[in-house]
Design a protein around this ligand. Structure first.
Ligand code: AMP
Length: 393
């Protein structure tokens, strides 16, 4: 396991904490959901209680290296200060000497927030001298932003190379849960994979073939598999460059005794739109002028039975076009069954998490990952570059 803030002496030290405060903010600059802020409180409070000087750094949105007042972290500053019940100071310009002066004046237990790190183009370029400036503000680096742990940016990677680096509690929890499901899962272990980008999900299936008992496939990615076994998919989404690999994976799964299950029926539409005419088709028999938009009722029933027996579940990606009311039934049903199950359940990806949240069952799943891309990389069996920089315990 990786070192955490518990494994390092933070007393009187300047601690640079890379958090993920990329929260949704509305047109009136009000925070719509503060989960990402509240999730960091245990780490910040631990550092306050242990007399550290805390420098918080985050990005917000995609300002592409430009100062965009609408993407200022000021609303986050106000909310954090409320939650901590103490003042948090704010450094407007990281490169201005006033920031270093503010840090010099910090007392133990003080908290300072830097302005949106992506206002600087050097951040995403992982500019060395920018990383050095960030590192000069601190003695210790804490990674608390799991969602950016796969990105080699100055504040996630560059600065972590220059300081003793440890994890915060959020990242520790993410790593523990992925370690449990990937290296020591209880069986039956069921992976549910959906979404449109089959190219992202095939490496996940390949990596999981030695670990899982069953893979339930839904969403747009299913049609590349159905095509691979000779089915007619009409106008459904397909990645023609991945048909051979999909076939190879199906063969490998057979050899390894892993069941890869494909939808047997599909709710289809004449156009990719909310009010398109819909019709159910059996898999492999979709009419030429229809496309698959959601898994059908027979598939839902079969998948329900598999999920019910699972002891470990990993779910990434919606099993239909979740954005449209007409095609969210499959994804909502899967969310309901996963929440009902007694299995250790780990959910990744925005749409799957949204489905769980919209049903109000978030508390019933074991873990909803805070990092879509980062969690996908772990499921693919890859290392996260920013985690690799953290010392082992
Ligand atoms: P991903 O980023 O690969 O997890 O893909 C998520 C997207 O997949 C969502 O925007 C869904 O609308 C889309 N999706 C799910 N099922 C289908 C489908 N049958 N056809 C096209 N897109 C789909």
């Amino acid at each position: 396991m990786k070192k955490t803030i518990r494994d390092i002496d933070v007393e009187g030290k300047r601690v640079f904490v890379r958090v993920d405060y990329n929260v949704p903010i509305n047109a009136e600059l009000k925070i719509v959901d503060d989960t990402r802020i509240t999730a960091t409180l245990p780490t910040i409070n631990y550092l306050i209680e242990h007399n550290a000087k805390i420098i918080l750094c985050s990005h917000l949105g995609r300002p592409n290296g430009q100062v965009e007042p609408k993407l200022s972290l000021r609303p986050v500053l106000a909310r954090l200060s409320q939650l901590l019940n103490k003042p948090v100071s704010f450094a407007e310009d990281i490169l201005d000497k006033s920031t270093a002066e503010m840090v010099d004046k910090m007392q133990n237990g003080d908290v300072l927030m830097l302005e949106n790190i992506r206002f600087y183009k050097q951040e995403e370029e992982n500019d060395e001298s920018f990383a050095k400036t960030l590192a000069s503000l601190a003695d210790i680096y804490v990674l608390e932003a799991f969602a950016t742990a796969h990105r080699k940016h100055a504040s996630t990677f560059g600065v972590a190379k220059l300081l003793p680096a440890v994890c915060g509690f959020l990242v520790e929890h993410e790593l523990e849960i992925f370690d449990k499901v990937l290296n020591n899962p209880d069986h039956p272990f069921v992976a549910i994979l959906g979404g449109a980008k089959v190219a992202d999900k095939l490496p996940v299936i390949e990596n999981l073939l030695d670990k899982v008992d069953t893979v339930l496939i839904g969403g747009g990615m299913a049609y590349t598999f159905i095509k691979a076994i000779g089915g007619n998919i009409g106008m459904s989404i397909i990645d023609n460059t991945k048909i051979d690999l999909a076939k190879e994976i199906l063969d490998k799964a057979k050899e390894k005794n892993v069941k890869i299950m494909l939808p047997i029926d599909n709710l289809c539409a004449k156009e990719f739109s909310e009010d398109a005419e819909t019709k159910l088709f059996s898999s492999g028999f979709i009419a030429d002028d229809y496309q698959g938009m959601d898994i059908g009722p027979k598939t839902i029933k079969i998948y329900k039975a598999v999920i019910k027996k699972a002891k470990t579940i990993v779910w990434n990606g919606p099993v239909g076009v979740y954005e449209y009311e007409k095609f969210k039934r499959g994804t909502n049903k899967i969310a309901k069954y996963v929440a009902k199950s007694k299995a250790v359940s780990v959910i990744g990806g925005g749409d799957s998490i949204a489905a769980i949240q919209s049903l109000g069952v978030a508390k019933k799943v074991t873990h909803m990952s805070t990092g879509g891309g980062a969690s996908l990389m772990l499921l693919q069996g890859k290392k996260l570059p920013c985690i690799e920089l953290i010392e082992d315990q």
